[in-house]
Design a protein around this ligand. Sequence first.
Ligand SMILES: [Zn+2]
Length: 348
Amino acid sequence: MVVQQNDNYIRTHSCFNCYLCGNRGQPLYHGLKDRLFDAPGEWHFRKCSNHKCGLVWLDPMPISEDIGKAYKNYYTHQNSKNSMTWYRRVYQWAKEGYLARRFNYYGNSTTIWKKLLGMMLYFHPGRRENLEFSVMYLPSQPNGLLLDVGCGSGQKLMFMRDLGWLAEGVDIDPIAVDSARSKGLQVRLGTLEEQCYQDNYFDAIILSHLIEHVYDPLGLLLECYRILKPGGRLVVVTPNNESWMHKMFNDKWLALDPPRHLHVFSVPSLKYLAQKAGFKKYKISTTIREANGLFMASKLIQRTGKYVWGCPLSSTFRFWARGMQLAEWVILKFKPDAGEEITMVGEK
Ligand SMILES: [Zn+2]
């Protein structure tokens, strides 16, 4: 370890052994650069040699004092806005109809024709996955207390609040927290552990693409378990290191995202983590959500070594990527653990 502190250098520490099961990690990839946000350094990954675990992690890992350097231009700072074209309005009705039918949102106000329109989404498995993710696979619970950990600028929080949840968030990024508060959202700054919530408090806690970023995912899940009410649900969504596209792109796979993704889980390693945190009832599955975006980004990394978030992409390329997403949907019928994203819904 070199003790040198400047913005062009991220100090690191070695981690040879698996965070979860303690087994030795086998070298997986060597000499990867940040393909998205130009954080300094060359990064290597290891994979747990225990086949019942299969965790992938960065070795060496940035030290916690320097991890902020990896997030300078990170996308949680940004907000997205879409204008309401006629197409989007019809799609919005279809979404309402689907969420009403599937998860009981929007109460009795949803008309039959919106529900019928929502059924059209069964012909588009990718869009349907996005929609189920938008409510984090949670059925409607008016006035249920929901916590979004790592809420960023609060897009999901606002959506869940508008669907009837009493939603609040927590995030370590002060710019994102300011942005969320400016929308009237209730958001705390800092780590979850620092907030000292009371025991048995929340009906639902959501962790969307967070556990791969933290040093101590078990500590985080234990804290979630403590502050969930009995019967409350924890929803975790994270990349799957055993996905079809990881096998296709190897070290060019976008979701490795060095040096921000410290641990990349598999279905068995996430199961192991959930059990260690105390969850006895849980459902774990993999999905094709964003497999199209992941395909395009990984392909560009393969071709150019980089991916620029939001860069213009041709319609042919998008069409090809949707085809690959559909192909993954077919593959999942035979290999259910091959999806790009893992979803875990645990009940206390
Ligand atoms: Zn392991």
